[in-house]
Design a protein around this ligand. Structure first.
Ligand code: SF4
Length: 474
């Protein structure tokens, strides 16, 4: 067995000590201001970032903070940042820039940035030089040191930048504050060893490191006991779970153990890498009681030449074989995926390979991305960068094809009764309830039901992004 990269118990205890120290500062604040200090936190990017923010919110609550949804009223403001595309980064710079006025109005406000974007030395330096109203900056590897860093900012009135490069670590036992009482994220591992040539993740989240199975099983069992209906296992590449621990245990074994647990719940997982998706995984899903029949399996491109340049380590044929094996063995299986258009040197022929793969698989949905050069990744300096005009033309053609396919897939359910997990009231039309099917399709129907209720809905109308229906027993 290879030792998992957990921080030491002593280090964890010292962070709990810092939480007590900050909590004492919060109590003093309350006795002076007549109210507890308030915090505003916002997440950019993926589910793993959402889960990280849940841990930061758990620590803030432990340190005596209450939460506000208005940054201008907060004593502590944090943005958990994303580095996957330039657009996400520009949004953060814009948002942080707009906070300079808040700081001028209330100089004691603590403004913090964390996450993948600020783990990059170039971005951290930009913040250090140009955004002097930012007090605290820390990368994903320093998340567990948040109490200590916040304490130092509050006491020393100094700026803390904690983003030293690291291969990463693991932490168990930090408080977690989950907003959603029906659906929960559970990170099973962090980091990535794949180094796809367009991707910044391995450079900011470090090497793959898996949590011990017993820690995950304990967390999942507790969530099921609390009544969670949907548990999503998270990792950059969940299919390589436990490869780093070398204990003769893999992702399918973890799924089997969770599937054996009693209760009314659904297991989902993301993200899978096709090169590590095994026959064992497909059979585990096919023979399971609780694992969703929806698989998110990013293919990125349908061209073998581009897949090679992306360093994806599988071919179009490998991918299609996997899909047909899953369709053969898993009843009612549906797929969603990620695809990139405009990767350097992509020709119209390569793009047509992508379009033909999409037609062949008939995805339920696609997350379509326009290639965005990331500083520090090999693809960013490749010859043959594609013009924005061509990128957007391909993006539009691909999105139109997928909208057609998604509509066809949803139309197959018109007139049928499907089981729907209520996720809440519709933002735009409060007379409507929103929910998801087992295969993660969005359904709207008239009614007002508590989050987490499972209802039967007859589908009346299908569109490409979702469906409308009526409660079946009415
Ligand atoms: S598998 Fe590739 S795309 Fe996914 S996080 Fe790892 S390097 Fe990035």
């Amino acid at each position: 067995m290879v030792e998992p990269k957990y921080i030491s118990d002593a280090e964890l205890l010292s962070q709990w000590d810092y939480m007590k120290k900050v909590s004492a500062i919060s109590a003093d604040f309350q006795s002076i201001q007549g109210r507890p200090p308030s915090a505003y936190t916002k997440t950019f990017g993926c589910q793993q970032n959402e889960n990280d923010t849940e841990r930061i919110n758990g620590m803030l609550e432990e340190m005596g903070y209450v939460f506000t949804d208005r940054p201008e009223n907060a004593d502590f403001i944090l943005f958990n940042t994303c580095a996957v595309r330039d657009h996400a980064e520009q949004k953060v710079y814009g948002t942080v820039g707009s906070l300079a006025s808040v700081k001028r109005a209330r100089p004691d406000t603590v403004i913090a940035l964390c996450g993948c974007m600020v783990q990059q030395p170039s971005a951290a330096e930009e913040i250090r030089r140009k955004y002097r109203h930012v007090n605290l900056l820390f990368g994903p590897h320093a998340l567990y040191r948040f109490p200590e860093n916040l304490y130092r900012v509050l006491i020393e009135k100094t700026r803390i930048f904690d983003n030293a490069p690291s291969d990463g670590n693991l932490t168990e036992g930090l408080p977690v504050k989950r907003e959603d009482k029906t659906r929960a994220w559970v990170s099973i591992m962090s980091g990535c060893n794949n180094f796809c040539t367009y991707c910044i993740v391995p450079h900011v989240r470090g090497r793959e490191r898996s949590r011990l199975p017993e820690q995950i099983l304990k967390e999942v069992a507790s969530l099921i006991k609390q009544g969670y209906k949907e548990i999503t296992l998270l990792g950059q590449n969940v299919n390589s779970y436990c490869n780093d621990l070398d204990i003769g245990y893999d992702f399918s074994d973890l799924l089997k153990e969770i599937d054996a647990m009693e209760g009314d719940f659904t297991i989902r997982f993301m993200t899978s890498h096709p090169k590590d998706a095994s026959e064992k995984l497909i059979d585990t899903i096919a023979n399971s009681r609780h694992i969703s029949r929806h698989i998110h399996l990013p293919f990125q491109s349908g061209s073998n030449r581009i897949l090679k340049l992306m360093n994806r380590k599988y071919t179009r044929e490998d991918y299609l074989n996997l899909i047909s094996m899953a369709k053969e063995r898993i009843k009612g299986v549906v797929f969603t995926s990620d695809v990139i258009v405009g990767f350097p040197t992509e020709t119209e022929e390569d793009f047509q390979d992508t379009m033909s793969l999409i037609r062949e698989v008939e995805f339920d949905g696609l997350f379509t991305f326009i290639y965005s050069p990331r500083t520090g990744t090999p693809a960013a300096t490749m010859e043959g960068q594609i013009t924005d005009e061509i990128k957007h033309d391909r993006y539009n053609r691909l999105s139109a094809l997928q909208a057609e396919l998604s509509t066809l897939s949803n139309q197959k359910l018109v007139g049928q009764v499907v089981s729907v997990l209520v996720t809440g009231q519709n933002d735009k039309d409060p007379s409507l309830c929103d929910g998801r099917t087992d295969t993660n399709k969005l359904v709207h129907f008239p009614g007002n039901y508590p989050q987490g209720t499972q209802v039967s809905v007859r589908i009346d109308r299908a569109l490409h992004w979702g469906m409308y229906g009526t409660l079946a027993d009415k």
